[in-house]
Design a protein around this ligand. Structure first.
Ligand code: GTP
Ligand code: ZN
Length: 357
C-alpha cells in the first residue's frame, strides 16, 4: 500500500465515469486535502457529489457565478468535516439551452456527456419541430444524439412512427423502445456510451425509461393526464445515476419550451440533408429562395425535400442568429461592467493613496 496522497480509491468514481481524461483534468487541482468528485444532483448552494469514499453533500457557495455547478460536472472538493467545492474542472461537453425567461443567460442542463438520448413518445403524433429543436441542442453539446422512441406499446404502428422520426433525424440512430414490454431496451443500451443524458418533454417517459435502464425504480415517475396526454412534471431535479452494466445516466425534468442557444454549426448536423443539397447550389451563398440553379429548391419541387422542413430550418437559423447577437451584446455589457468596476476600484485606490500623502 502506498502512503502517497494521490493514491485514491477510485471504484466509486469509476462507476460515475472517472477515466483518463478526467484524471488528467484533475491533476492540476490534486493536493493532500483535495479529492475529485462528480456532481450527482444540484441544490441551492449545495450539491451531492460522488467521491472516492461515497456520495456526499458539499457546499457550492465558495464558487462564484449564478449556476456555478451542474449535474455531471467534475469538481475538486476540500474539507473532510464540511466539504466544499473549490473548483469545477473544464467541461468536455455541455448541454445548453437559452433561458426561458428571455434574459440573455444560458442554462447548462448537463455537463461532460457523451450521448444525448432524446425521448419521443409514440403515444403522441410526431412533432418534427420539437425533435429538430432537441437535436439542435444535442448536437451543439458536443455529444452524440440518439432518439429513443418511447411507449411503443401504445402505438398502432411503431415502425411507421419511427420512420417519420428518422425523416427529421438524418444520421441519428433511432431506437424503438417500450419500458412496459422492455422491447428495444437492449438496443438502446448498446447505443449508449459513457455518460448519457435523457431529455424530452414532460410525460415522454424519460424517468420510466431511465428506471428500466437502471433496473431499479430509482426515479419517481408520474401519471400522464388522460385528457391531454401531458405530463405533470414529476422529475424536479437532474440526477446522475451509475448504470449496472457500466456507464452513467442523467435523468432530466421535462423541457416545456426549449429555447436554443447560438447553435450555429449544430444546425448543419440537424439538417444534414439540406446542407448536403446546398453544396450543389449554383451560388455558394445561396439563400434557397429564388436563385437559379438552387439544388434545395429543386429538391423541394421534386418532392425529395419537404417544404416545411426547409421552413423549420430557417426558423431555427433565425433563432440561433438572434441568440448569437444577443450573446455578443451580453458579452459587451459584461465587459463594460467589469471595466466600470475596475475603474471604480482604481478611483478608490487613488483616493486612498491621496489620503496617505
Ligand atoms: N404504456 C406505457 N406507458 C409508459 C411507458 N413509459 C412511460 N409510460 C408512462 O408515461 C407516464 C409518464 O412517464 P414518466 O417517465 O414520468 O415521464 P417523464 O418524461 O419522466 O416526465 P417528467 O418527469 O414530467 O419530465 C407514466 O404514467 C408512465 O407510466 C411505456 O413504455 N409504455
Ligand atoms: Zn440554394
Amino acid at each position: 500500500m502506498s502512503s502517497s496522497p494521490k493514491e485514491i480509491p477510485l471504484a466509486h468514481l469509476i462507476k460515475h465515469g472517472w477515466g483518463d481524461r478526467v484524471a488528467h483534468a484533475f491533476a492540476p487541482f490534486a493536493g493532500p486535502s483535495t479529492v475529485p468528485g462528480r456532481v450527482v444532483c444540484v441544490y441551492r448552494g449545495q450539491c451531492d457529489v460522488a467521491t472516492p469514499t461515497g456520495t456526499i453533500r458539499a457546499d457550492t457557495r465558495p464558487l462564484t457565478g449564478a449556476d456555478p455547478v451542474c449535474t455531471g460536472d467534475w469538481v475538486a472538493i476540500e474539507g473532510a468535516s464540511s466539504p466544499r467545492v473549490v473548483a469545477v474542472l473544464p467541461r468536455s461537453s455541455a448541454l445548453v439551452r437559452s433561458a426561458a425567461d428571455r434574459t440573455s443567460r444560458h442554462q447548462v442542463l448537463a455537463a461532460n456527456i457523451d450521448t444525448v438520448v432524446i425521448a419521443v413518445s409514440a403515444a403522441m403524433p410526431v412533432r418534427s419541430a420539437r425533435i429538430e429543436r432537441l437535436l439542435a441542442v444535442a448536437w451543439d453539446s458536443g455529444a452524440t444524439p440518439v432518439v429513443a422512441v418511447t411507449k411503443a406499446d401504445l402505438s398502432d404502428d411503431p415502425a411507421a412512427f419511427a420512420a417519420a422520426v428518422c425523416a427529421v433525424a438524418p444520421g441519428v440512430e433511432v431506437v424503438v423502445t417500450s419500458a412496459t414490454t422492455t422491447a428495444g431496451l437492449d438496443s438502446l443500451r448498446a447505443a449508449l456510451n459513457g455518460t448519457a443524458v435523457v431529455i424530452g418533454p414532460s410525460g415522454a417517459g424519460k424517468s420510466t425509461l431511465a428506471n428500466a435502464l437502471l433496473g431499479v425504480d430509482a426515479i419517481a415517475t408520474g401519471a400522464v393526464r388522460a385528457a391531454d396526454g401531458k405530463g405533470r412534471h414529476t422529475t424536479v431535479h437532474r440526477e446522475l445515476h451509475s448504470l449496472p452494466g457500466g456507464g452513467v445516466l442523467i435523468d432530466t425534468p421535462g423541457l416545456r419550451a426549449l429555447g436554443i442557444a447560438d447553435v450555429g454549426a449544430a444546425l448543419e448536423s440537424v439538417f444534414s440533408d439540406i446542407d448536403e443539397l446546398a453544396r450543389r447550389c449554383g451560388f455558394r451563398n445561396c439563400t434557397h429562395r429564388t436563385e437559379p440553379g438552387c439544388a434545395v429548391g429543386e429538391a423541394v419541387d421534386a418532392g425529395q425535400l419537404a417544404a416545411d422542413r426547409l421552413q423549420r430550418y430557417r426558423t431555427l437559423q433565425r433563432e440561433s442568429d438572434w441568440e448569437a447577437s444577443r450573446s455578443s451584446v451580453r458579452k459587451a455589457t459584461e465587459r463594460k461592467n467589469r471595466d466600470k468596476s475596475i475603474s471604480r476600484d482604481q478611483r478608490a485606490m487613488y483616493r486612498f493613496r491621496n489620503r496617505q500623502r
